[in-house]
Design a protein around this ligand. Structure first.
Ligand code: PLP
Length: 354
């Protein structure tokens, strides 16, 4: 027997979540599979999402791996290229590139190939991270439209608070105003915009987190949106003990029992990707029933309250997140977001996909 921790990837949930996108938007779907498909495994996620019209990611080596695995869709590099040396490779593998700064435009000058590169021109509408400023835009567009290497220009922007009350109105209006003069496909929507703001759909939507079955919103759960969790991180209780009032648990003794109680130790810690900052009270399932973590998460273990779970014993199954324990809830308790948790799964955790 090996250590009982495991991450299960539910491929039918991935397919279900893609169908949810399809029902909501009639746009082409650019499935965002950056960061190893948010920790779910690049090629396995792409295979389950193969009905998508495109894949978006960052690393050109991952893009080439997709091509070599036989994927023929649009593949978009979300940060584009970083030096002119990469351009022949992009042309060879037919990779589309975001162009977000004047330095990248300049790198195109010396590129001799004709009709080789589709580009997505990124416009800064308020995120202030990547993208051309309004006053740089007309010159960039003219250059791309007349450049012999460029096959097609798609116009894109990215929203800073589609998941919050502030919404997309200001950035959407700015984008519309800046792009009104050009006939080109448009792409604006991440998961939150796709779900809440049909006016952002355009020719291409760019869902990420919703494909993995997590809600981008604090006030609406994934289940309400028809999404199914894709990653379930599970383990087992490997030790059980009785505490007396005053006994403390784990490093720094952060939890102190105020009465006699039963606790369990779970084979999962921050070296598996569980957040070390999850405080006492973070929700967790033991034997399919909800309880709470106790004290500090250590490298390889964490402790749970078995006070209401008299049947729990060594070997009882534990769900850290996933089926029955929304990853967004665990993330919220730990002061982070679901994206960070699934991305943080570490290489030592065995993954089983079905
Ligand atoms: C990551 C990313 C997305 C997907 O965002 P989600 O919130 O996961 O849906 C879309 N567009 C861009 C540019 C991104 O970087």
């Amino acid at each position: 027997m090996s250590r009982p921790i495991q991450a299960r990837i539910d491929l039918s949930a991935l397919k279900n979540n893609l169908r949810v996108v399809r029902r909501i938007a009639s746009s082409r779907i650019m499935a965002v599979i950056k960061a190893n498909a948010y920790g779910h495994g690049l090629l396995r996620a792409a295979e389950a999402l193969k009905e998508a019209e495109g894949f978006a990611l960052l690393d050109v080596r991952d893009a080439i791996a997709l091509r070599e695995a036989g994927f023929r869709q649009t593949i978009l590099l979300l940060e584009g290229f970083f030096s002119a040396d990469e351009l022949p490779l992009l042309a060879e593998y037919e990779l589309a590139s975001v162009i977000h700064n004047p330095q990248q435009l300049a790198m195109l000058d010396a590129f001799p190939r004709r009709n080789a590169l589709p580009v997505w021109l990124k416009i800064n509408t308020g995120m202030n991270r990547l993208g051309f400023a309004p006053e740089q835009l007309a010159a960039a567009m003219e250059k791309l439209k007349s450049h012999p290497a460029i096959t097609e220009v798609t116009l894109m922007t990215h929203f800073a608070h589609a998941d919050e009350a502030e919404g997309v109105a200001e950035q959407l209006e700015r984008f519309k105003g800046l792009t009104a003069a050009w006939r080109a496909p448009r792409s604006l929507a991440n998961s939150a915009a796709l779900l809440r703001y049909p006016a952002t759909h355009g020719e291409w939507v760019r869902p990420g987190i919703m494909l993995y079955g997590a809600s981008p919103f604090a006030d609406t759960g994934a289940q309400q949106l028809g999404l199914q969790p894709v990653m379930t991180l599970s383990s087992e209780i490997i030790s059980v003990r009785e505490l007396q009032a005053g006994d403390r648990v784990g490093y720094a003794g952060l939890f102190r029992a105020d009465k006699a109680m039963r606790i369990g130790t779970v084979a999962c810690g921050y070296a598996d990707g569980y957040p070390r900052h999850a405080p006492t009270g973070t929700p967790i399932l033991v034997n399919g029933k909800r309880t709470r973590t106790l004290g500090r998460v250590s490298m390889d273990m964490l402790c749970v309250d078995l006070g209401e779970l008299p049947d729990a014993a060594v070997g009882s199954p534990v769900t850290l997140w996933g089926n029955g324990m929304p990853v967004e809830e665990v993330a919220a308790a730990a002061g982070t977001i679901s994206y960070e948790l699934t991305c943080a799964l570490t290489a030592r955790v065995p993954v089983a996909a079905a």
